[in-house]
Design a protein around this ligand. Structure first.
Ligand code: ACO
Length: 702
């Protein structure tokens, strides 16, 4: 899962910066440079948040004039602070930031957050780079510039100008957008969703997602990482991120307009969205489309690890039960369905007319006792690996009472398995959801969110085991490099078909029988000798790109006699249609039947070479059923890539069709070998049948 590509993280990726992050999140002393006595100023708000949030360490407001602010003694500069300063928040106007950061270095401050705006986001890249140089020189872990700061609930530290009193929890929320980060912080507080950290990354001159993820990997206070991302500056470096904990990601800029807005917003470029999806997928990160889904999924991923995938649903209403069943089926959540066993275990918890089929329907008349008994049994039985409790608000039973009994039952068994609640109703249901969230039981108003989150929780075990998969930097064979070099020396930017075949064959791409001939006799002899018939014959010329347009493709040649005749016919037609073209000969290729796929490789500006797989032939344009992996990737990744396309049923052997997955995977692994040496590879189609896969057409651009 983690690629062994050389990291270009520079000193920002160095281990000691991660050590310094520890000081930022758990400081003994904090300085606020730019603290002000004016409540309208950001420097005042940050100091106020640090004090109000109950931070237990030393607080040093730095202000040149004021003797004290909010009852705390001020110092005119960092040098005069009476003790070491672990961490500094910098909220002074942009021209002063560089000087203050140098003062931090001289005071041996370990980490700093620059709140100040007015750097790369408005084109001042040089000024921003100067901050990075100082941070590296003095070994300071640096957040920002252009951030709203951060909150870390385990240290009671709110070093931000966002809202106060964030509820504690196990989710670390990293936001690239400041304003959105602040708003979502407010929203999580309203919904009582607990957070371990909220970090605004700003312009990420030093510390970015990768460094923070790797820091939180080893932070016992964090169980899940949630990231709001607009774009990443260095996709290659991002692909080296070690993922040890579940990561939920919302990446905006999926639309062309959205991507443009993101680029101007943060100064970072947004790569093609499908490449981002591929990157997240490959790293085992879970991408969600909406904020509420992201927080719901993150909360569910904070639950105890399930021992299996047998899920039980408890409900008081048939309608919502059916809805839940549909959602579970759509997202692949398995419901336990041993009817006899369910009847035996759950009948005592419900009236005669209740259903013991999963969903267990305690009915509207089941009341508090009915719910309590059903939840107790579901939590006690080892055969049930996760429980989803649904509640439709009725006048008979107060949702807040249902929430409380669920909390009591869950705590009584020490949160022994995943438990999720969905409540549908009015104001009381909303309060009940908040009560549950406050007690770190994921609760929501949509069953769909529960199903998506639960599937992510079930998948996590498989994802986390991927870290054992080996990813080696693929090496190009000498023969392939020789051909590429020869073409380059000739001043060409593309390889002819037979040259592409030579390169790909040397890499290990499976080929049908093929050959290159310059005369009719040579073509006939070659096809005869290697028993190639029926054969496709294609013209070879550096001057002809669209071969069929000039009569340069003839299919299904059955024997030597036909081969000779068709050879002369082709030469004549092509000479007539393209009189200036220099003809080198013909490519011969055995005709093969099977499912048409496509394998390609091209280069993304952020992530570098990416290999594509999908349905080929005409379908590639219409269905666009393709998926990607970033080079280098493991064999496991190649397998998952093949399993990802929508038409995967065709490859599983639908209606007599069949595929040879091993050779498809071999092709994907082989293409990686030349990814660094060429610009584009196109194998369209790669025809696959039960016997094997064959690169029927191949094109390489250098
Ligand atoms: N050392 C110590 N104190 C200093 C220094 C220094 N070198 N230089 C200035 N100060 C003091 C000032 O005297 C002032 O204190 P005072 O009120 O007692 O006089 C205080 O620092 C602040 O300086 P001001 O000049 O008053 O600046 P102001 O507070 O108006 O703005 C700020 C500073 C907030 C950093 C501003 O430049 C800025 O960048 N604002 C945008 C911040 C932002 O939005 N960040 C992105 C967040 S993410 C999002 O989108 C929400």
């Amino acid at each position: 899962m983690t690629a062994e590509v050389p990291s270009d993280a520079g000193s920002s990726g160095a281990a000691h910066k991660l050590q310094n992050l520890k000081k930022i999140f758990n400081p003994k002393s904090v300085a606020i440079v730019g603290a002000s006595s004016e409540p309208g100023k950001i420097g005042y708000q940050i100091l106020n948040n640090v004090i109000q949030n109950g931070f237990k360490g030393k607080v040093y407001p730095i202000n040149k004039k004021a003797p004290e602010i909010l009852g705390v003694k001020c110092y005119p500069n960092l040098a005069e602070c009476p003790t070491d300063v672990d961490f500094a928040v910098i909220a002074v106007p942009a021209p002063m930031v560089e000087g203050v950061l140098k003062e931090c270095g001289e005071k041996k401050v370990k980490g700093a957050v620059i709140i100040t705006s007015g750097f790369s986001e408005i084109g001042r890249k040089k000024e921003e780079q100067a901050l990075k140089d100082i941070a590296d020189k003095y070994d300071i872990a640096l957040f920002g510039p252009n951030t709203f700061g951060f909150v870390y609930t385990p240290s009671n530290l709110n070093a931000s100008f966002g809202p106060q009193n964030v509820s504690p929890g196990k989710v670390a929320f990293i936001s690239q957008s400041g304003a959105l980060g602040i708003s979502l912080m407010g929203w999580t507080m309203m919904e009582k969703i607990g957070l371990a950290a909220v970090v605004s990354l700003g312009n990420k001159v030093d510390i970015g997602e990768k460094e923070l993820i790797e820091y939180f990997n080893d932070d016992p206070n964090v169980r899940v990482i949630l990231i709001y991302m607009e774009g990443i500056k260095d996709g290659r470096q991002f692909m080296t991120t070690k993922v040890k904990k579940p990561i939920v990601i919302i990446k905006s800029g999926t639309s062309t307009r959205g991507a443009q807005a993101a680029a101007s917003h943060t100064g970072s470029l947004s790569g093609s969205d499908s490449i981002y999806s591929a990157a997240f997928n490959q790293l085992g990160m879970i991408r969600t489309r909406t904020f509420s889904q992201a927080f719901a999924t993150a909360s569910i991923l904070s639950l105890p690890e399930p021992k299996g995938e047998d899920t039980l649903i408890i409900t008081n209403g048939g309608g919502i039960g059916v809805n839940a069943t549909d959602e579970c089926e759509e997202f692949g959540v398995k419901l336990i369905d041993d009817q006899t066993w369910l009847e035996e275990k759950f009948r005592p918890s419900m009236p005669e007319y209740g259903s013991t089929k999963n969903p267990i329907d305690v009915t509207g008349g089941g009341g508090k006792e009915g719910y309590k008994k059903a939840v107790r049994v579901a939590l006690a039985e080892d055969r049930i690996h996760a429980v989803v409790v649904l509640y439709c608000e009725t006048a008979v039973l107060d949702p807040v009472d249902v929430a409380k009994l669920i909390i009591d039952e869950y705590n009584a068994v020490k949160r022994n398995k995943p438990l999720i609640v969905t409540m549908v109703g009015g104001e009381r249901s909303r309060q009940a959801i908040q009560t549950l969230n406050e007690n770190q039981i994921p609760a929501m108003a949509e069953v769909r969110q529960a199903a998506i989150g639960l599937k992510a929780l079930y998948n996590w075990k498989d994802i986390s085991s991927r870290s054992k998969e080996k990813v080696k930097i693929p090496e190009a064979p000498a023969k392939a490099l020789e051909v590429i070099e020869r073409v380059r020396k000739e001043g060409r930017t593309f390889l002819l078909e037979h040259e592409s075949r030579e390169v790909l064959e040397a890499c290990g791409v499976p080929m049908p029988k093929w050959g290159f001939a310059t005369t009719a006799d040579e073509a006939a002899g070659m096809a005869e000798k290697s028993q190639m018939y029926p054969v496709a014959m294609k013209i070879a010329s550096v001057d002809i790109i669209h071969k069929s347009d000039v009569g340069g493709v003839i299919l299904n040649i059955k024997n030597a006699e036909e081969m000779r005749a068709k050879f002369f016919q082709m030469m004549e037609t092509v000479k007539k249609n393209a009189p200036k073209a220099k003809i080198l000969g013909v490519n011969l290729c055995q005709m093969v039947d099977g499912v048409q796929c496509i394998v390609g490789m091209n280069k993304d500006p952020q992530f570098g070479p990416a290999v594509m797989f999908g349905m080929g032939g005409v379908l590639v344009e219409i269905l666009k059923d393709v998926s990607f992996r970033i080079v280098p990737f493991s064999e496991g990744d190649a397998q998952r890539l093949v399993g990802e396309i929508k038409a995967k049923k065709l490859l599983d052997g639908y209606r007599g069709q069949g595929a040879h997955k091993e050779s498809i995977i071999k092709t994907l692994m082989a293409v990686q070998k030349i990814a660094e040496h060429v610009k584009e590879v196109d194998i369209n189609p790669l025809i696959t049948n039960v016997a094997g896969s064959y690169a029927v057409d191949a094109r390489i651009i250098i």
